[in-house]
Design a protein around this ligand. Sequence first.
Ligand code: PEP
Ligand code: MN
Length: 370
Amino acid sequence: MIIVLKADTEADSPEVRRLIEQAESFPDVQTELHQIQGATRTVTEVYLIGHTGVIPTEFFEEYACVEKVVRVTEKFRAIGRHEGGLDAVGFEYNGVRISQDSLHVFPGLCAVDQPENVEAMFKALQQNGIETSRAGAYKPRTSPYDFQGHGAACLSYLFDLAGKYGIKIIAMEVTHEAHVEEIQSALAASGQATGVMVQIGTRNAQNFELLKAVGQQTEMPVLFKRGMGITLEESLNACEYVASGGNRRIVFCLRGVKSHLGDPHRNFVDFAHVSVVKRLTRLPVCIDPSHSVGSRSRAPDGLLDVFHVTAQGVISGANLVLVDFHPQPEQALCDGPQALLIEELQPFLEDVAIARQAYEARLSRVAART
Ligand code: PEP
Ligand code: MN
């Protein structure tokens, strides 16, 4: 059961304390208090955990500070909307607000290779007013003989350069819980020059120990990439592992699924699930057109497939776009063939803006009718 308190209710007010005491007076019931910073208000929710089936919701509805009481359905307890009972609230990290309503583009290097390429990338982002990026230091590769990423060795210059060019968040994959600590200490050593959103890659979508580890730290948000060969429900359950560890700042990323039916794309593009994930969960939804398409194939109309699928996700309301760029793709140590060029950054952002405007126009049309 989740008790949503009225906007800006003080979590330690006598009334809330009384409510919590009363909730815990039921046998086998514990409570957890979650405060979520929204765009215009702070939402406080009291989670009742345990034997709550017998507790009538009316019991708590009588409190003046209570907005509503939502009975939790079995599925997706921590991340779910519970049949529309809960709104998506989003979160703020390092000054950037991410929610089911916002849109942020994260263009960047698939893998960090040399400081010059990182600098060229971040400089281009700053020139285009972008404060969010991606950069891989720990690369899970299909072959053990392929470049595995520079690991902790590149973090110091990466974070310093991010600070220099005003990058607020870098999405960075971790493949082992030790990487989380390495990132945290490098961020501390840089004087928190930037922020990191910890990425769980598709290959680790069901690495439950890793999911628990990133869920137990609450400093950095988590970008979870759906498992490429498992159902959507299984991927959402994996996010429950993260959330139940305590970290609710999760973004769900669609990156295509493995099936020959997607050929000649690297993966079968699954951006039709943007609206599905938004309906089932409170999580902001990211799309990764680069790992979905996997090439620089161009349609006869002149647009790259990466541009086309991005537009498809954005016109459906995607909240983040994670996309590979590289100043010199022929020198990239990972995924060069799918990288967009620096000179394609501005046209890409313009194309995203067109798709976003179309999405907003579609929303206004629906709002006018209801
Ligand atoms: C990546 O984003 O660099 C990556 C490896 O993605 P995925 O886990 O989706 O394959
Ligand atoms: Mn890649």
